[in-house]
Design a binder for this molecule. Structure first.
Ligand code: DON
Length: 576
């Protein structure tokens, strides 16, 4: 059944079409108009991603009988080619998996700090945080996790119908044949041109000979990346973490002044972790555990909010209560959260219902609590002190995948390792370079998130699956740095408390509050009476557009309802 069916405009090259053969069962294709995202309903399976070609590749894997994990791996490799500002081989991320018949799990493929990184690495001579080092220099490059993570997901939870090589094949063809630069890449390349122009290997791919960026319709050909992908297809992830590719990656980083070595690459491991679990008004929440802060902060906020009848509250009051919950969870995020393999993170305490109630007792429904009066730990502890991409997938078997991965900034640090086609991240800015000093997203951190060798920097990525009676109900997540957790919270509240359909829940204007700075950032489209409700209670509201993109799926009686976030030009819900 297809509710909304835009005319078929398949933009796959002939080689990709070949790679995807044999043809899928005879099911109608359901797609949103790219970037405009009304709800799209599909009967059998759905991929909602920030880039259309990759979304269609994932949907075709589903049509051919693949499961959601197969589709996620194919989409993830494809986006490394088709969405270079955030899709990646040179970054990392998190995948939350719901398996039909039970068993939720997550793959942590977050980057790690090279062995030579320590608590002083991102300070200047005076001991102050040096953003240049943690954001713009190759010192910021974490050991990439994506190849290990996608390969681990496929090996453990793929359907077995496809080899890793089958799932990488479309990406290889797209990299080798080239794609026409479209929408979001055309929008972002001019902005990041100066950062890419610093490195000849990056310029050779993304800029023209006169130094101007590739523009809409120009061909983006990535031959070295095709070779790297082909090596992974042939020999598995070790082709990336050892041998010639690893040597080129380490050599390029070191030549540019960074510290990543072949040993760092050899020692990288993706880790399967238990998800964090919570509940909200009868729905089970399955989300990402540390080293992402997303799941813990999301469940904390939902626990606080569960004590209020948001569905019946005045809309302004409901929004205010949400921003108060955000402040408190983000204060805890800053203080307590870090890499759980290196620091103790009190996850169970933070996600307990009674802890939410403790926080709730500190909220005055008529007055905003100033950020400085919010002490992490609900008052029990005296505190001392740009770009990512998300896709959601559901399959006919009852599996679901929420995957968020990133290079941190758009195009990461801007460095393509010569001879590999791999753009490298600047993820290490997600550490607190110095205690109580904001990172690029204005997020504070303390000792728990200090830089250290082999450590994973704290993330805000929040790939999340809500279950009803043990079955996927909502699959969601978003890019947006520190705003991610806020965005995911609002999609959930919009669906469960406000009863919006998925397109409405995804596109509704959002607010973002992260404890400090002591401000509520509101998208410019937010209704004036809602802003007035916050201001009347003492909040400082700042209008600001935010790069979130909550590409989500709601499972409805009519089928899989997908919504591509209209905040990203080119996002697509592709189902069948
Ligand atoms: O892991 C994190 O939280 C960040 N590195 C994510 C960066 C991001 O979402 C940028 N996108 N707009």
């Amino acid at each position: 059944m297809v509710r909304l069916h835009s005319p078929l405009a398949v933009s796959l090259s002939a080689a990709v079409a070949l790679a995807l053969a044999p043809a899928a069962p005879n099911a109608a294709r359901a797609e949103s108009a790219p970037g405009r995202g009304p709800t799209v309903i599909a009967e059998h399976g759905m991929v909602v991603a920030q880039e259309a070609i990759a979304a269609r590749i994932g949907a075709d894997i589903l049509r051919r009988g693949g499961n959601a994990i197969d589709a996620a791996v194919a989409t993830g490799f494809a986006m490394a080619v088709t969405y270079p500002r955030a899709g990646n081989l040179g970054g990392g991320g998190f995948m939350v998996i719901h398996r039909a018949g039970g068993g939720d799990t997550t793959i942590d493929y977050r980057e790690t700090a090279p062995a030579a990184i320590n608590a002083q690495s991102f300070l200047d001579a005076e001991g102050n945080a040096d953003p240049q080092k943690s954001r713009e220099s190759p010192l910021a490059i974490g050991v990439p996790g994506t190849v290990a993570g996608l390969a681990l997901a496929e090996a453990k939870y793929g359907s077995g119908k496809f080899s890793l090589a089958d799932l990488i094949a479309p990406a290889i063809a797209l990299a080798r044949d080239g794609i026409a630069v479209a929408d979001d890449t055309a929008d972002s390349l001019p902005i990041d041109r100066p950062r890419l122009a610093r490195w000849p290997a990056s310029a050779a791919i993304f800029l023209k000979t006169d130094g101007s960026p590739l523009a809409e319709g120009d061909r983006l050909v990535q031959t070295d990346l095709a070779d790297t992908l082909a090596a992974i297809a042939k020999d598995g992830p070790q082709a990336f973490y050892a041998g010639p590719v690893a040597q080129k990656l380490a050599a390029a980083v070191q030549a540019a002044g960074g510290v990543m070595t072949v040993d760092d690459l050899k020692n990288y491991r993706a880790i399967e972790r238990a998800p964090v679990r919570g509940s909200y008004r009868g729905y089970d929440i399955v989300s990402m555990a540390p080293p992402s802060s997303g799941g813990v902060a999301l469940i904390e906020m939902l626990n606080i909010l569960e004590g209020y009848d948001l569905a019946r509250a005045d809309a302004g009051e409901a929004l205010f209560l949400m921003t108060e919950a955000m402040k408190r969870a983000y204060a805890d995020r800053a203080w307590f959260l870090g890499d759980p393999d290196i620091v103790h993170v009190p996850v169970e305490q933070l996600i307990a219902k009674r802890y939410g109630a403790q926080w709730r007792a500190t909220i005055d429904p008529l007055h905003a609590t100033p950020a400085d009066e919010i002490r992490p730990g609900a008052g029990m502890i005296a505190a001392e002190g740009r770009n990512t991409t998300h896709f959601s997938i559901s399959d006919q078997f009852g599996n679901a995948v929420a995957n968020t991965y990133t290079l941190n900034f758009s195009y990461g640090v801007g460095l393509v390792a010569a001879g590999t086609g791999v753009l490298l991240n600047n993820e290490l800015d997600d550490f607190a370079a110095k205690a109580n000093t904001p990172n690029a997203y204005g997020l504070l951190g303390f000792a728990a998130n200090a830089p250290g060798p082999g450590k994973r920097p704290l993330s805000s990525m929040t790939p999340t699956i809500l279950l009803r009676d043990g079955k996927p109900y909502l699959v969601t997540g978003s890019p947006g740095g520190g705003r991610i957790i806020n965005a995911v919270l609002q999609v959930i509240v919009n669906v469960i408390d406000r009863g919006l359909d998925i397109a409405g829940a995804v596109s509704a204007p959002r607010v973002y509050e992260q404890w400090k700075p002591d401000q509520v950032f509101a998208e410019p489209e937010l209704a004036g009476d809602l802003i007035a409700a916050l201001e009347a209670r003492g909040d400082k509201v700042v209008a600001q557009r935010q790069p979130t993109s909550a590409n989500s799926i709601l499972v409805t009686p009519a089928g899989f309802a997908g919504a591509a976030d209209p905040r990203t030009r080119g996002a697509l819900a592709a189902g069948y």
